[in-house]
Design a binder for this molecule. Structure first.
Ligand SMILES: [Zn+2]
Ligand SMILES: [Zn+2]
Length: 139
């Protein structure tokens, strides 16, 4: 990880966007539109494109994670952190982190079946969150 080295080479705007994502903390996932609003409160006049480019760059540097989930209309961003899966509520769109790491026997199987080496995994679980499950029981 060269994240700390790269951080010192970021432009002011990129650093601002990076800080905003970091401040959200583990388990918070924000779409571009909300990050843009937060950036504007800190630096009025910052452009949408600037924020978008910053996010793309930070993602390419591995400093911010971009997640796209089935059924969600936009990508979400979060601080780069330990491997985890996501749970998305199909009713209200809530996204939660789920502790997850790829079972090693699965990687082994992929290696023997496909001769491929797994370097990353993107796992999304879909269903209804607690609030939505409770609501439907009450009705
Ligand atoms: Zn829900
Ligand atoms: Zn997450």
């Amino acid at each position: 990880m060269t994240a700390l080295l790269d951080e010192t080479r970021l432009s002011k705007n990129h650093r601002l966007v990076y800080e905003i994502v970091q401040e959200q903390g583990y388990g918070r996932h924000l779409p571009m539109s909300e990050l843009y609003e937060l950036a504007r409160t800190r630096r009025p006049g910052i452009g949408f494109t600037t924020v978008y480019r910053a996010l793309t760059r930070l993602r390419d540097l591995g400093m911010v994670s971009e997640i796209t989930l089935p059924g969600a209309d936009s990508a979400y961003y979060e601080a780069a952190g330990p491997e985890h899966a996501h749970f998305r509520c199909t009713e209200c769109g809530t996204i939660d982190n789920v502790k997850f790491s790829l079972p090693s026997d699965l990687s082994t199987r992929v290696a023997s079946d496909l001769g491929a080496h797994v370097t990353d995994s993107v796992v999304t679980l879909l269903g209804r969150c607690r609030a939505c499950s409770t609501a439907s029981v009450a009705i």
